[in-house]
Write a protein that binds this ligand. Structure first.
Ligand code: SF4
Ligand code: SF4
Length: 636
């Protein structure tokens, strides 16, 4: 069991100059932060845990597997492969449950909006009718009537019974996949049932077969994408508009200390959109000016920010996106944030010292989020969100009066342009409404293939976003187009790779395509939740060519994944038949048969396989080799 290696980059903690600059301030200020907390943990890191062969589920444990001490089974008798896979499945239940929480909030928000109980409107009526038609919801009547029926349908689909085929899977999965999933007994029930069954399977003395547990992981992944993710993204499109490419601004330099700054963070866009709508009221802006500010601005952080970024133009109220989750502490340390509103996931739990030192009001805006030292809770409810947004602005104005003049602002001079807002519809539009031009450039080899980079960010293998940015550069240099989602997408946006100028860094063929279509070599598809949206594009290309998804010159990479939402996306990619590169290596290496299943045998079963490796060039070599293999098999 080898220890994990970390890349050192001349003492840098991040590849982004803005984050590096702010880290140095935070460190000098003596404040706790993610980077300084890593080293003490690294010193005591357990190699059994890293390899996935430790278990603390019951009172006969904790157990670990060690050949040296003849501890070759847990006390209960579970073997090393099943121990590692069970732990992995349990983590993936968390990711799926969190996506499903988001889906439930989306569906009830759509219904409340159709009933006139929220400040939102049904923005994309065409999508409402077409999506409702695709899932066989009655499309007669007004948009509000159809939206209520659609919301009820999507909610019921979360609980779809085992014996009935899922309408969402039937509507959106490729035909060869549905057949295969039935043959393998991984065609899922509703995602709530799959969460229940996967969790129950992980109880002590229930499922001790690593192959069975792995299949449950694949079922869970399919249920998560079709039952939760696709529905919730389509609903957000219906409410706030289907993403279309437009120029935006990102990075910490977008913060202006002279404004009342409300920043929303997490994964769900409700509070952010409601606050933007409320802040557009001239009276609200006047109140801020009376308090000595230039006005009220609303800014996005991580996925909640990206959800808005891909649908809303930058204007006097909405300022853009600050960055991914490792940018949160640096953002708060700029001394410019008045309210930091946190929903669902990815608000690190020790932010109270930042609030104290840099004059920030922290507010939990989801009943999932609680944090020591944070007493302000405005838990999202669709029918109350308009008032919650006004309250956030009131808190922001009050905070500004105390912050301004007392806290010295330190804003890195870094603002980066990016093109956000790609979707299947946007790609089709850029191609003139047909997929043939994409297929033609693939056949001609101008674009060798497509990589979906769906990712978090972590510091476990090196500096913040080092691997993500390095691998993306390698890919585009080799004429491989990137569609990206999640914190990795924010990394690429901040690093300038989602800008039109980034075409200069692409290989000759990809550069030519970028210039002729006026697109960047990295298409910003949104958030980690947009894996479902990316799968719809892959499905459309596979259907167009009349082949299975596993035959396409397409791969997935999660080059700096962090947590349980990323891994369930990865399990889906394997069920979808795709080569899936993961870094860091997941905690499975203590189970050699499990490693063989994931990295070798699975390819003969679903067409998908796991590839490992923490070096950008080596990872790119593996992806390119796979894409070349698929191209040769297709005869292109
Ligand atoms: S479930 Fe089995 S392996 Fe886990 S702690 Fe209990 S006895 Fe040990
Ligand atoms: S990509 Fe991962 S780390 Fe980033 S916000 Fe989403 S869940 Fe959190």
């Amino acid at each position: 069991m080898a220890k994990r290696e970390r890349v050192q980059l001349g003492g840098r903690v991040s590849v982004h100059d803005s984050v590096q600059e702010m880290y140095e301030h935070i460190h000098r200020d003596g404040l706790t932060n993610v980077w300084d907390r890593f080293d003490p943990q690294e010193k005591i890191r357990c190699n059994f845990c890293l390899a996935g062969v430790s278990c603390q589920l019951c009172t006969n444990g904790p157990c670990r597997i060690s050949d040296k001490t003849d501890a070759i089974l847990g006390v209960c008798g579970i073997d090393r492969n099943a121990m590692a896979m069970r732990d992995m499945l349990l983590r993936n239940v968390m990711g799926t449950a969190t996506y499903t929480h988001h889906a439930y909030e989306a569906f009830r928000t759509l219904k409340a909006t159709a009933q006139g109980k929220t400040p939102f409107t049904i923005t994309d009526k065409d999508k409402l009718y077409s999506f409702a038609g695709q899932v066989k919801v009655d499309t007669n009547g007004s948009p509000e009537q159809v939206a209520i029926r659609l919301a009820d349908f999507l909610n019921s689909e979360l609980y779809r019974d085992y014996d009935e085929p899922s309408t969402m899977v039937e509507a959106f999965a490729p035909e060869p996949r549905k057949k295969l999933w039935r043959e393998l007994a991984i065609y899922p029930a509703g995602v709530m049932h799959e969460i229940k069954d996967a969790t129950a399977s992980c109880l002590t003395n229930v499922d001790g077969d690593f192959v069975s547990l792995a299949k449950k992981g694949l079922r869970l992944g399919i249920a998560c994408i079709y039952g939760a993710q696709i529905g919730l993204e389509m609903v957000q499109d219906i409410l706030f508009g289907t993403p279309m490419p437009h120029e935006v601004e990102v990075d910490l330099g977008i913060m202006d200390p002279e404004y009342v700054n409300i920043v929303f963070n997490g994964h769900e866009p409700w509070i952010g959109v409601a606050t933007i709508l409320a802040a557009r009221d001239p009276q609200v802006q006047a109140q801020a000016r009376e308090a000595g500010a230039r006005g009220v601005r609303v800014t996005g952080s991580i996925e909640s920010g990206q959800e808005v970024l891909q649908r809303f133009a930058i204007d006097e109220v909405f300022r853009g996106l600050t960055g991914n989750w490792l940018t949160i502490e640096p953002l708060l340390a700029t001394g410019t944030v008045d309210v930091f509103a946190m929903d669902e996931n990815c608000s690190p739990p020790w932010l109270a010292p930042y609030a104290e030192k840099y004059g920030v009001t922290l507010v939990c805006v989801s009943d999932l989020v609680r944090m020591p030292g944070v007493e302000k809770h405005l838990d999202y409810k669709p029918t109350e969100v308009a008032g919650q947004a006004r309250e956030l602005i009131r808190l922001g104005i009050e905070n500004f009066k105390k912050r301004h003049g007392r806290i010295k602002p330190r804003v890195p001079r870094k603002v980066q342009k990016a093109i956000a807002g790609f979707s299947t519809e946007a790609v089709l539009k850029a191609l003139g409404g047909r997929l043939d031009p994409l297929v033609d450039v693939l056949k001609a080899g101008k674009i060798k293939g497509v990589v979906a980079l769906v990712n978090c960010t972590t510091i476990s293998t090196g500096p913040h976003d080092y691997m993500t940015v390095g691998l993306a550069r390698e890919m585009i240099r080799r004429n491989i187009l990137i569609v990206s989602g999640g914190c990795g997408n924010h990394a690429l946006e901040v690093a300038g790779l989602a800008s039109l100028e980034a075409a200069e860094q692409a290989g000759e063929g990809l550069r030519e395509i970028c210039r002729s279509l006026n697109i960047p070599p990295v298409l910003s598809f949104g958030t980690c939740t947009d894996t479902g949206r990316i799968s719809m594009l892959v499905t459309a290309v596979a259907n167009h060519l009349g082949v299975d998804t596993s035959a396409l010159p397409v791969a997935v990479t999660a080059p700096q994944y962090l947590e349980q939402k990323a891994t369930i996306d990865g399990l889906f990619a394997l069920a979808f038949g795709l080569y899936t590169h993961l870094s860091p290596t997941p905690p499975v290496t203590g189970g050699p048969e499990l490693v063989k299943l994931l990295t070798e045998d699975l390819e003969g079963i679903t067409g998908g396989k796991v590839a490992l490796g923490d070096d950008p060039v080596q990872a790119a070599n593996g992806i390119e080799e796979h894409i070349n293999k698929k191209r040769a098999a297709l005869g292109i």
